[in-house]
Design a protein around this ligand. Sequence first.
Ligand SMILES: Nc1ncnc2c1ncn2[C@@H]1O[C@H](COP(=O)(O)OP(=O)(O)OP(=O)(O)O)[C@@H](O)[C@H]1O
Ligand SMILES: [Mg+2]
Length: 368
Amino acid sequence: MRVIRAELRAFRNYASVTFEPDAGITVLCGRNAQGKTNLLEAVVLCSVGQSHRTNHDRELIHWDAPRASVSLETERRDGTHDVKIILNRGGGMRVKQVLIGASPALRIGELMGHVPSVLFSPEDLSLVKEGPGERRRFMDMALSQLRPQYFYSLQQYSRALKQRNGLLRALSVSSATASEAASQLEPWDEILSQTGALIIRHRVWFLDRLVRDARDAHAHLSGSNETLAARFICPFDKEDDVVRALLEALRNERARDLTSRGTNTGPHRDDFELTLNGKPARVYGSQGQQRTAALALKLAAFATIRDELDDSPVLLLDDVMSELDAERRCRLLSWTPGVQMIITCTDESDLAGAAVGKMYMVDNGTIV
Ligand SMILES: Nc1ncnc2c1ncn2[C@@H]1O[C@H](COP(=O)(O)OP(=O)(O)OP(=O)(O)O)[C@@H](O)[C@H]1O
Ligand SMILES: [Mg+2]
């Protein structure tokens, strides 16, 4: 897949812009706060239906406008495709409308897989350094693009989890007996175990695949013999019948959940541990090692999506060149030839020697 054209209207700091990236490497160069990341964000929005920077869609609309839109034209093996997202500030309209071709999508999930993308930005260091939330989000972003069913289960799971936690809070201050509490919690536990099991099974599969690609990408980037590995941390990953195991765990934990007023077990607690030569990268990795590990994970997600969809995603690299030494920069750009990449930088010299197809200067919401 490749992006042929992106049209932004009243999106972030762009009033109106048309952007036509190269089939190979496109560079967006400009000073800070000019709109480079905003352009990548527009592509991400059309790819997964939401920004990578905010959960509040209205923030994406230009301050002075009632509505924003991003249209993307892509080319795939079977021809050209159009995706359009309209964001409305208010006035009784739905905030987000999605059009695939000329037809309105009824659910955001229908968008998944139309514009496959993988973004890497400096904040992705948090994949290695920070808590498990970032790593779950990483798995969710990749898996949702691969399997719409995963995305729908995730939505159902988080809705049910919210309901169950609300119920736990209400029950903890009520005079309900243990058996009354159990019968009220039971329907939610059933939904959580059904949808949660599907999430866990997909994550097991994904990490298993990812590890192989991450090891290769890491070896390529670092040119070293260090071995990057990832180990899924989930109490149910070895179970044959995950639905039953999860349901039993939810039932067994009810008393504790009522005391802590929250759900203590399930895929919303999953994590994976990254190791370099068997040592936790989060604890022992140097800054450079952690950054390379995070980048290797993203490249592995790229390879997994490409192989599964049998179609290459667009690779979006936000401000990563300045963070890598010259050798790693070179290795990154040579990682998979022929891939469409959109790269932002503040200094042209960061891309010296790269086979750049197109270079845009980004200046205060305009591109030249
Ligand atoms: N909703 C909005 N309406 C108008 N302008 C906005 C909106 N949201 C953000 N901006 C502006 O967009 C600019 C930031 O754009 P962006 O994050 O793309 O910068 P950048 O070029 O990537 O900079 P850096 O090199 O610092 O990462 C800021 O000037 C910000 O004020
Ligand atoms: Mg930026």
